[in-house]
Design a protein around this ligand. Structure first.
Ligand SMILES: [Fe+2]
Length: 221
């Protein structure tokens, strides 16, 4: 669901909602930090959470100077569709990063709107421009990580397909390879002295009993 944050005609109202969105985002990052496994991801997500916390302080400070209403936390109803509750129940780093990327679509849209707001104050110019840069950076990193995961999955699939294609081919021993006598043992192929009955098909299955033990009379001495 696309966010409505930043569409408010009054600039201070738009900033109030933007601040609530930043609160939501910071909480979703906290949930994500607790859920991801990879340390590298944890570190990056912590950095992004701190950006959102800084945005909150900057917006609150601006609204305070103007004696405007200041949010004390996230709105009662989560603005983000992939908020902290959703993220806290996700499994796997990839799913979590994708959910956070989806959230960053909303934060990017909201920051673009307030940056282009017709009533934008010049005093808000710097921190809102920096805020938009931060949001772009967050989304770019999250998307690059999910793209990497996708590439790794495709490479794994290719390897599996290759293995599937060659699995029925006879094994050829490579130089230096340790030969396992338990596989590919075929008494019919190797024992040239054995006389098969007319019309009898060779059995080349692994584990076939040695025919000499079965019927020694068939051996040519
Ligand atoms: Fe962000």
């Amino acid at each position: 669901m696309a966010t409505m944050v930043g569409t408010q005609s009054n600039f201070e109202d738009a900033l109030y909602e933007l601040c609530e969105l930043d609160y939501d985002a910071a909480e979703a990052y906290e949930a994500a930090i607790n859920r991801v496994d990879k340390t590298e991801y944890k570190e990056k997500l912590k950095e992004f959470k701190e950006d959102h916390q800084r945005h909150i302080e900057e917006i609150r400070s601006f609204l305070r100077k103007r004696d405007a209403k200041i949010p004390e936390g996230p709105s009662a109803k989560s603005i983000l569709t992939q908020g902290k509750v959703v993220v806290a129940n996700l499994f796997g780093d990839d799913s979590i990063l994708k959910a956070m990327s989806s959230n960053e679509e909303d934060t990017n849209t909201a920051y673009e709107r307030v940056n282009n707001h017709p009533e934008k104050s010049t005093e808000a110019e710097d921190f809102l421009r920096q805020g938009l840069e931060d949001e772009k950076k967050h989304k770019e990193w999250l998307d690059s990580m999910t793209q990497e995961h996708k590439q790794e999955e495709e490479n794994d699939d290719e390897e599996c397909n290759e293995h599937e294609e060659h699995k029925n081919e006879p094994h050829s021993w490579k130089e230096g390879e340790v030969r396992d006598e338990s596989i590919e043992r075929s008494p019919w192929k190797e024992d040239e002295g054995y006389n098969r009955n007319e019309g009898e098909e060779p059995k080349n299955q692994i584990g076939d009993e040695d025919p000499r033990r079965r019927d020694p009379t068939k051996w040519v001495v």
